[in-house]
Ligand binder design. Structure first.
Ligand code: G6P
Length: 452
């Protein structure tokens, strides 16, 4: 039994079969992992889904970590809930990503997937209800689990329930694309919580506009997740990062660097970022052979056709730019498609310019991480679509995410920013980025619940 519980689709550990045929545990990082470390592991439990075959086998064989409970949900139910609803409907809705002439389509197949989503949420609610001490605090995470607060409230009215949304929240016009009964069910699910958390006031107000004043019990709060400077700097200065940095320096030479790091995610706007870089090289030819764009775009959600196509377009466009401008000893764009945190940290340290231009993004921690670890200070080009914009706009060069020319100009301004100004801005960006580190972020939510 536990007094603090966290529930999320993706847990802190996953299992993969190693070359020796045994299951290897891979531990993940991220804000939630650091956040939860603020409470004693004896009192806490993290409930998550078994994501793949390795995880399922671990559950079946009773392999696990203390303080983590993986739910082995039937694969077809899981696929319908995770791919079919969470990532194809709710993610698209909150990020305003629909290609309207074709999507969304709310038909019988959708209704079937919605039932799976409900069942998957119910599996979490039941596991939490069974493991929570009397009056325990439960912190439910993200759009995958929007129905859990309501379901859990019915099973265990004694619990204090929080829900945190890591994505944006859809504007009311967009939200109302959902069939009315489904939209209502989603809101009722969320409103089962005592407290709802969002990264920015923009997403919190969007939620409130969708709920239309129907939240008598539920408080809505803004907790903008930040970065733990000490922990991140320690990670960025490990010997393997130093080594990687030395290799990158060799590739880049004495050229300047524009760095971006994202999942290959539709909302990250990687294609318009590349178009802006191409325009920079066209309109400001003086940058040819004097800059390298290090773009890390690691694969994400490749079960979805739209993501596979997007990944392919990113690689193609980068190749086109290299073919158009590249020379025997200068490759304008270096794309890395591996999920390689060591390389990302090395690129962060080397960055002269960081490019973060999502169309819509809950927070975007990359925008906060780069200023904290950059060796010589870096200029941040940041779109108004990033949640981080609310806190970083003073010292970033801000751009409209669809405006490729404006982004190209901002890249030029960033590259030519005088070093003292760059250093000053980086310092202020880093201080804003570390205002609410994960442990504090987590404890604030817990304390909020205990006042409930
Ligand atoms: C976003 C979501 C997280 C999710 C992550 C990675 O940041 O808010 O909940 O875990 O993307 O996506 P994935 O589908 O691979 O878990």
């Amino acid at each position: 039994m536990a007094s603090v519980l966290v529930a999320s689709n993706r847990g802190p550990v996953s299992y993969v079969r190693g070359e020796d045929g045994e299951l290897d545990a891979r531990r993940g990082g991220g804000g939630l992992v650091s956040g939860l470390s603020a409470v004693s592991s004896q009192d806490s439990l993290w409930v998550c889904a078994a994501l793949g075959e390795g995880d399922r086998e671990a559950v079946r064989r009773g392999i696990g970590e203390p303080g983590v409970r993986m739910l082995d949900i039937a694969p077809d139910v899981y696929a319908d809930a995770y791919n079919g609803i969470a990532n194809s409907v709710l993610w698209f809705l909150h990020h305003h990503l629909y290609d309207i002439p074709r999507e969304p389509v709310f038909d019988a197949a959708f209704r079937h997937r919605w039932e799976a989503y409900r069942a998957y949420n119910r599996a979490f609610a039941e596991a939490l209800a069974a493991a929570a001490d009397e009056g325990a605090a439960v912190l439910v995470q993200d759009y995958h689990l929007a129905l859990v607060p309501g379901q859990l409230r019915e099973l265990r009215p004694d619990l204090r329930i929080g829900h945190f949304t890591h994505t944006p929240w859809a504007s009311p016009e967009y939200f109302r694309m959902l069939p009315a009964d489904i939209g209502d069910e989603l809101l009722r699910g969320m409103l089962g919580a005592d407290e709802l958390g969002f990264h920015t006031s923009a997403w919190a107000s969007a939620f409130l506009s969708c709920a239309g004043g129907e939240q008598p019990r539920t408080r809505v709060r803004v907790h903008p997740l930040g970065v733990d400077a000490e922990e991140l700097r320690a990670l960025a200065h490990r010997p393997q990062v130093d080594e990687r940095l030395a290799r990158l320096r060799e590739e880049v030479g004495d050229r300047k660097t524009i760095v971006r790091v994202d999942r290959t995610e539709l909302s990250k706007n990687i294609l318009r970022g590349l178009l802006a870089y191409r325009e920079l090289l066209t309109v400001h030819p003086e940058w040819r052979d004097r800059v390298v764009h290090l773009a890390s775009a690691y694969p994400s959600r490749q079960d979805l056709a739209a993501y596979r196509a997007y990944t392919a377009s990113v690689t193609e466009l980068a190749a086109e730019i290299n073919a158009e401008f590249g020379t025997a000893d200068w490759q304008p764009v270096l794309v890395s498609v591996e999920d390689d945190f060591t390389r990302s940290l090395a690129a962060y340290r080397l960055a002269d310019v960081a490019l973060v231009n999502p169309v819509r993004d809950g927070m975007n921690l990359v925008a906060k991480e780069i200023p904290v670890v950059s060796d010589a200070g870096c200029a941040l080009v940041l779109s108004t679509g990033a949640g981080a914009y609310e806190e970083l706009k003073e010292d970033a060069l801000t751009v409209h995410p669809y405006d490729v020319s404006e982004t190209a100009e901002a890249l030029h301004t960033a590259l030519t920013m005088p070093p003292p100004e760059r250093a000053d801005r980086t310092k202020r960006l880093a201080s804003a980025a570390t205002a609410l580190p994960p442990q504090r972020w987590f404890l604030n939510q817990l304390e909020g619940l205990s006042d409930a």
